[in-house]
Design a protein around this ligand. Structure first.
Ligand SMILES: C[S@@+](CC[C@H](N)C(=O)[O-])C[C@H]1O[C@@H](n2cnc3c(N)ncnc32)[C@H](O)[C@@H]1O
Length: 305
């Protein structure tokens, strides 16, 4: 398998495990589509939260990747993880694919280097969707998990990402949902959360982290504990109907991380299933599967044009 970059400049850096191959710069023929503040904030976040256990990665990974099959990923698959953060989902897929290129524009790439750098079948690059340093139609499989909704033009970021997938290859994404399948109470809570996020995301990094820890304890944990109690009483259906139910099976570390992830970023966009399907089709994907299960919405499609 050949792994060639097609753009320059390529600066090989001596990172922790020496695996960061390239710092891509903005290419001349693509418009910038990146929010520098958001990227800096994620760099901070992932520098603090990267010690995920195998059980934590597997637990959430099994939920994210429930819609993939052997045809989409196998030992011959050349894959790209776009906006890899700490590289936890690349780690999840490492023994299921041939080779992964993991890219992220933030300093999270150094955390990914620590998590993945010793693996033979992965390479890391500091790059973004608007300067992916690979030729079009390079990959058998691409994924972008919780990333595209933090980019100013989500459709363009998806289209730029899908261009790197071969015709007949697959692209997987997870995007925040617009709660179109939920009632008024959930929507009201979201509007409160959005107002709180507006304030919290603008705080200095150190204060933001403390405030998000407080949010994890005072907002997430009460819902989580009530849900766990209801499940233990055999009332699983009621537990699943609660807000933040996805966290009932997660560790406190993941809950703290996700509180910072949710409330720490200034740019968050949300999409309905219909909008996601339309964006995927516009990007050239068909045979689209959008899972009915949490986390909402995760989807995969095949590149046909
Ligand atoms: C919520 S994190 C998700 C990280 C990882 N996929 C995960 O689920 O653990 C979003 C990531 O998107 C990256 N990101 C932001 N803007 C980007 C862009 N224009 N291109 C690629 N990645 C971007 C951030 O640096 C951050 O690591």
């Amino acid at each position: 398998m050949r792994h060639n970059y097609n753009q320059n400049p390529i600066q090989v850096v001596d990172a922790v495990n020496g695996k960061i191959a390239c710092f891509a710069t903005q290419s001349d023929n693509n418009e910038a589509n990146i929010d520098a503040g958001v990227v800096a904030s994620f760099g901070e976040e992932w520098s603090k939260f990267h010690n995920f256990s195998k059980a934590e990665i597997d637990n959430i990974g099994d939920m994210y990747f429930d819609i993939l099959n052997e045809k989409m990923i196998n030992k011959n698959t050349y894959a790209i993880d776009i906006g890899c953060g700490t590289g936890r989902w690349s780690k999840y897929l490492l023994d299921k694919v041939g080779f992964i290129e993991a890219i992220d524009p933030s300093k999270a790439i150094f955390a990914a280097d620590r998590l993945l750098g010793k693996s033979e079948n992965v390479r890391l690059s500091m790059a973004s969707t608007d300067n992916l340093p690979f030729a079009d139609e390079t990959f058998d499989f691409g994924m972008s998990i919780g990333v595209l909704h933090h980019i100013p033009n989500t459709q363009k970021a998806m289209t730029d990402s899908v261009k790197k997938i071969k015709i007949g290859g697959y692209f997987y994404t997870y995007l925040y949902y617009s709660l179109e399948n939920k009632g008024i109470f959930f929507k009201f809570l979201l509007s409160l959360a959005t107002a709180l996020r507006f304030v919290v995301s603008r705080l200095p990094a150190a204060i933001k982290k403390v405030v998000c820890d407080i949010i994890a304890v005072l907002i997430y944990m009460p819902f989580v504990l009530v849900g766990r109690f209801l499940s233990a009483m055999g009332l699983k259906k009621f537990a699943e109907a609660l807000p933040l139910s996805v966290y009932q099976s997660q560790t406190f570390f993941i809950i703290r991380n996700d509180a910072l992830d949710r409330f720490g970023t200034t740019l968050e966009q949300r999409f309905s299933r219909t909008e996601i399907r339309a964006m995927m089709q516009n990007a050239g994907l068909e045979e689209i599967v959008i899972a009915d299960t949490l986390p909402y919405w995760h989807a995969v499609g095949k590149r046909v044009k």
